[in-house]
Ligand binder design. Structure first.
Ligand code: ME8
Length: 646
């Protein structure tokens, strides 16, 4: 069985985790789940970086010992990862004994192999925020070049690592292994950084105590990055039985933020080369979550707290948003609006409504039992090709770290299924006993497309995927399935569906933003030009009053005249999750056939009325001309059926 080892950075314990830390760990979890579905034996490691000057100072500022601070913060990481549904196999803390022994062993390997370590004196600039040394030429107004943290002048005795010696071997490694650094733009940056020359690296500190003491010279403690990077092998019992180390090293992927790529793609491979340890197969760097165009970080005070998001949004919604919204490798701006939009549009409207409408149709037409597609399915007409395309897109995209693109391929299947239902009009088929086989085929395909969708979304939204499968009557968890081969038709006819709670509840955007106090007050928004012509005092209503009117996109699927009424038409309007019958006084302008297929705006929460003995459940919007004839309101391009109109 092939093996897959994925790691996250180990996070500093000076402060609680924020959405940036959650992002990296969610991506690693998604990769771990994906590779398990590919049948690989996966080892997924995360953990905490607990030594260093930054932690020692933070603890002192809080009146705690460093280990007391670490013990407290690590609990917050454990709790958050549990809440986010992480499936890591191990969590390493650098204060653990197995880690410290591993660091000493790695260092011992380096010293025993040559003269890469020597004692000298470090004179220069140190950034405590990055725990990094910077040359004079890179300091900008007393700040570090990477993140703008203040730097301090250091002058201390230090052990050095002969990094300069590894310039050529590193460049050769990058050239021989083009996939060692991903994405390519980052790879180019690292190649040019290394090409411009490497200085030896100070590997020990003497001016504070919170670290692993140097063997034979305990005045010195290990530079925190040497200590921290070693976690990727120390967690595999590198200094113990080495069982896991033999199975999983070298790692397939070290997943990191772009801020720490240099440590992983330059220092770490150089240390490993010096110790004669094989190099990881790849270092993959993602971009930053920004807020107000700046990197989100505790020191800037602009962070998003994952726990507070999880109080309001489901874990699956948060995971989906993180994976869908950021184009992997690039920076992305966080916004509450974007998160709510993803929840309401992609999840509640597109997928959630599709699930409830399909299950409802199965209930109404087949008593809640998956029908037999029979031999009647016209070849090439069903949803199998769309499902195959989504499967290809998802598997291919995930392998390239294009999670956002991969998810949009899956949503193409969701749209295709929605469209299929609207076009095949199963409610009409249901009314015609002669077309029962066709109805069985249509609903079978829709349900099977949902089974495939559930499997494809499962690495990102494990709980919703499980619940979706449960509603389709499947006992298994998609996480236990396989993605190695596309299979169509695994949903067994005769399966009894188990319709349940709506999978993706809608978020009330206004209420949510108002509670956070981040909404732009309506009064502050620019007035539409038309407001100038209106008698504002008389005509204006409160936005709350307007919001009571539920306007939705409907598609006319059938239209006919109402007998004995010259002006009235009876329309069947598809709202995505149901089909409504409405009566509309537009027959003097529109022939019934001309309306079929048109997208209209429906007042969806109007009290039902009986007009000429026919029930009407809603009203379409139209403009009235001087003769009192109506022109219906429609859209200048196709929109999602059922979507809210505001
Ligand atoms: O650097 N956007 O720990 P750290 C996206 N201990 N990701 C972000 C982010 C943001 N705004 N902010 C943080 C350290 N991250 C070292 C690592 S590894 C041997 C030692 C994520 O707590 C991203 O993965 O500062 C980044 O690389 C990491 O958190 C830094 O976490």
């Amino acid at each position: 069985m092939s093996r897959y080892y994925v790691t996250t950075p180990i996070y500093y314990v000076n402060d609680a985790p924020h959405i940036g830390h959650a992002y990296t760990t969610v991506v690693a979890d998604v990769l771990a789940r994906f590779h398990r579905l590919l049948g690989e034996e996966v080892y997924f490691l995360t953990g905490t970086d607990e030594h260093g000057q930054k932690i020692e100072d933070s603890a002192a500022a809080k009146g705690l010992t460093p280990i007391a601070l670490a013990d407290a913060v690590v609990q917050r990481y454990h709790a958050l990862w549990k809440r986010l549904g992480m499936t890591h196999n191990d969590f390493i803390r650098t204060t653990e004994d197995r880690h410290q022994r591993g660091v000493l062993k790695l260092f011992g390997e380096i010293t025993s192999r040559g003269d890469d370590i020597y004692k000298g004196r470090y004179e220069g600039w140190y950034c405590k925020g990055c725990e990094a040394f910077y040359p004079e030429s890179q300091i900008v107004e007393g700040k570090c070049p990477d993140q703008g943290h203040p730097v301090q002048r250091l002058s201390e005795e230090s052990y050095f690592f002969r990094l300069s010696r590894y310039q050529e071997p590193l460049l050769k490694h990058y050239a021989d292994n083009p996939s060692f650094i991903f994405p390519e733009t980052r790879r180019n940056e690292i190649v040019s950084f290394v090409s411009s020359g490497l200085k030896d690296l100070s590997l020990s500190r003497t001016s504070f105590r919170w670290g692993i003491p140097f063997p034979g010279d305990p005045q010195h403690i290990f530079y925190v990055w040497f200590d921290a990077l070693a976690n990727y092998i120390t967690a595999l019992e590198y200094a113990g039985s080495q069982d896991l180390y033999r199975q999983f090293w070298p790692a397939d992927v070290h997943l990191v933020g772009k801020d720490i790529l240099r440590f992983h793609a330059v220092y770490w491979p150089a240390f490993l080369m010096a110790a004669g340890v094989p190099l990881p197969k790849s270092v993959v760097a993602h971009g930053w979550w920004l807020r107000d165009a700046a990197k989100m970080s505790k020191s800037r005070g602009n962070v998003i707290e994952p726990n507070s998001l999880l109080d309001d949004f489901s874990v699956d919604a948060v995971r989906y948003f993180l994976m869908r919204e950021m184009a992997f490798g690039q920076d992305a701006s966080y916004s509450d609006e974007a998160l709510i939009e993803r929840c309401n549009s992609d999840l509640a409207n597109d997928l959630g409504n599709l699930v409830s409408r399909t299950l409802k149709l199965l209930e109404n037409s087949f008593g809640g039992v998956v029908p037999d597609p029979g031999s009647h399915s016209p070849r090439g007409e069903g949803l199998a090709p769309a499902a195959q395309a989504a499967w290809n897109g998802m598997v291919g995209g995930f392998k390239e770290y294009d999670f956002s693109g991969a998810l949009s391929r899956v949503w193409e299947l969701v749209s295709a299924t929605n469209k299929f239902i609207v076009e095949k009009e199963p409610w009409k088929l249901a009314a015609d006993p002669a077309r029962r086989d066709e109805l069985g085929w249509v609903l079978y395909d829709a349900a099977e497309a949902l089974r495939v969708t559930g499997l494809l979304i499962s690495p990102v939204m494990p709980r919703a995927a499980r619940a979706l499968w449960g509603q389709l009557g499947l006992q298994r968890d998609p996480a236990e399935e396989s993605l190695t081969e596309f299979e169509w038709g695994r949903l067994a006819p005769g399966t009894r569906i188990a319709k349940g709670e709506s999978l993706f509840p809608r978020i009330d955007k206004k209420a949510y933003l108002a509670r956070l106090g981040t909404e732009t007050p309506e009064a502050a928004k620019p007035a539409a030009p038309i407001a100038r012509e209106t008698n504002v005092d008389e005509a204006s209503i409160d936005i709350e009053e307007f919001r009571k009117i539920r306007l939705r996109v409907g598609k006319v699927t059938a239209a006919e005249k109402v007998e004995g009424a010259k002006k009235l038409l009876k329309l069947q309007v598809d709202l995505g999750d149901e089909v409504r019958q409405i009566i509309s006084g537009i027959a003097d302008k529109y022939a019934p056939e001309a309306l079929v297929g048109k997208q209209i705006v429906l007042v969806a929460n109007l009290k039902p009325a009986t007009i000429r003995g026919v029930e009407s459940r809603g009203m379409l919007l139209a403009a009235e001309d001087a003769e009192g004839r109506a022109t219906i309101v429609t859209f200048d391009e196709a929109v999602t059926v059922g979507a809210t109109v505001r």
